[in-house]
Design a binder for this molecule. Structure first.
Ligand code: HEM
Length: 53
């Protein structure tokens, strides 16, 4: 969670154009990360299934 927190709440990429979401709670941060990881697995599994056809 450490790097993700620095980027999303800490504003580590402000210079690159990403906003700083410093109003998010720890719980909200974890929920967003869980959503992203889950979506990545869903997409990966779809990609693997397509490659097997
Ligand atoms: C909840 C919303 C968001 C989350 C969780 C999030 C998360 C992240 C993370 C984890 C990275 C680092 C990716 C890496 O190093 O591979 C990143 C990079 C970045 N994000 Fe976001 N982001 C969000 C919203 C936004 C928005 C709204 C913008 C623009 C308006 C934005 C612009 C960028 C940019 C420009 C980078 C740098 C890309 C680069 O490496 O050049 N992000 N973001």
């Amino acid at each position: 969670m450490a790097v993700f927190d620095k980027v999303v709440r800490g504003g580590a990429y402000r210079a690159l154009g990403m906003p700083q979401f410093d109003y998010l709670t720890e719980q909200q941060l974890q929920s967003i990360q869980a959503y992203i990881v889950n979506q990545a697995w869903t997409d990966f599994e779809a990609q693997q299934a397509a490659a097997r056809k």
